[in-house]
Write a protein that binds this ligand. Structure first.
Ligand code: SF4
Ligand code: SF4
Length: 230
C-alpha cells in the first residue's frame, strides 16, 4: 500500500475498552482504609475501570453490599477523569456527598484526583493504577505506553522501547538478551529490541537502527504537565 496512510481510530474506545489499567486493592486493605470513617460515598468509573471490571456498576454494587451500612450511596461517573462529567454525574448526589465522611473512589488515580478536585471530602482509593495498556480480553492486559511526551514509535517499528525494554533502553539490544528473550524477569518476556529489529526488517526499514537515540532528558520537562490547545 504505497502512498496511503492508514489512520486507526476507535470511536468506542472510551466506552467499551480499557485505556488505564487498574486493579482493586485487597478487601483487607480497603477495610483498613475505610475503618476510621463512619460513612462513605462510593464513586465508580463508567469507562476504563468498567472495562477492567474493577470499578464499574457491578463492582461498585458489590463493594456497597460488602461494606454495608456505612455506605450512604454510590454513583458510577461516566468518565471520572473529565471534570465536566464529574460535575454532571455527581450533581444528583450532592446531599449524600455532603454528609459522607469520605469518598471511596473506584477509578484510576487521575479519576480519583478529578473527584478530589470536585469535593473537599477525603478520597480513599480502592484501586491501584497500573499502566496505560492494551487489552487482550477482560483480565488480560499488557503495558504499552508511559506517556513519555515524545513518541518514538515511527523510529522503532511500532514497538515502544521505553515500556517494552525492561531497562527502558533507547538503543539495543543489550547483552542480556538470549534467543530473543530478556534477562530481566528470567527470560519470560521478549526482548523489545529484538521485536523492534524484526518489525523494522518486515517494514524494510532496518536503516532506522543506525540512528543513535539519545537518552530521554527528563530534567527538561516540568511535571505535572498540562495542555491547553484552545
Ligand atoms: S514512545 Fe512509548 S511511552 Fe513514549 S509516547 Fe510512544 S508509546 Fe508512549
Ligand atoms: S534484553 Fe532486550 S528488553 Fe531486556 S533489557 Fe536488554 S535490550 Fe531491553
Amino acid at each position: 500500500m504505497h502512498g496511503v496512510i492508514v489512520i486507526h481510530y476507535c470511536r468506542y474506545t472510551a466506552v467499551i475498552w480499557n485505556l488505564i489499567i487498574t486493579r482493586q486493592k485487597s478487601p483487607e486493605k480497603i477495610d483498613e482504609m475505610v475503618a476510621p470513617y463512619g460513612s462513605v460515598f462510593i464513586v465508580g468509573c463508567g469507562t476504563c475501570a468498567t472495562g477492567c471490571g474493577t470499578g464499574g456498576e457491578e463492582q461498585v454494587k458489590a463493594m456497597a453490599q460488602r461494606l454495608g451500612g456505612r455506605v450512604l450511596g454510590w454513583a458510577v461517573v461516566e468518565s471520572p477523569c473529565d471534570a465536566r462529567i464529574v460535575r454532571r454525574d455527581l450533581a444528583a448526589h450532592k446531599g449524600e456527598l455532603e454528609v459522607a465522611d469520605a469518598v471511596l473512589c473506584m477509578a484510576c488515580g487521575a479519576g480519583a484526583q478529578a473527584i478530589a478536585d470536585h469535593t473537599e471530602k477525603l478520597i480513599i482509593p480502592a484501586l491501584d493504577t497500573l499502566f496505560i495498556g492494551k487489552t487482550e480480553r477482560v483480565g488480560r492486559y499488557f503495558e504499552r505506553c508511559r506517556a513519555c511526551t515524545d513518541c518514538a514509535l515511527l523510529e522503532t517499528g511500532g514497538i515502544c522501547p521505553t515500556v517494552r525494554c525492561s531497562k527502558g533502553l533507547q538503543n539495543g539490544p543489550c547483552g542480556g538478551q538470549v534467543n530473543g528473550k530478556c534477562e530481566v524477569g528470567e527470560y519470560k518476556n521478549d526482548c523489545a529490541w529484538v521485536l523492534i529489529f524484526n518489525s523494522l526488517k518486515r517494514q524494510g526499514r532496518l536503516e532506522a537502527l543506525k540512528s543513535y537515540r539519545p537518552p530521554k532528558d527528563r530534567s527538561a520537562k516540568a511535571r505535572p504537565q498540562e495542555l491547553a490547545s484552545r
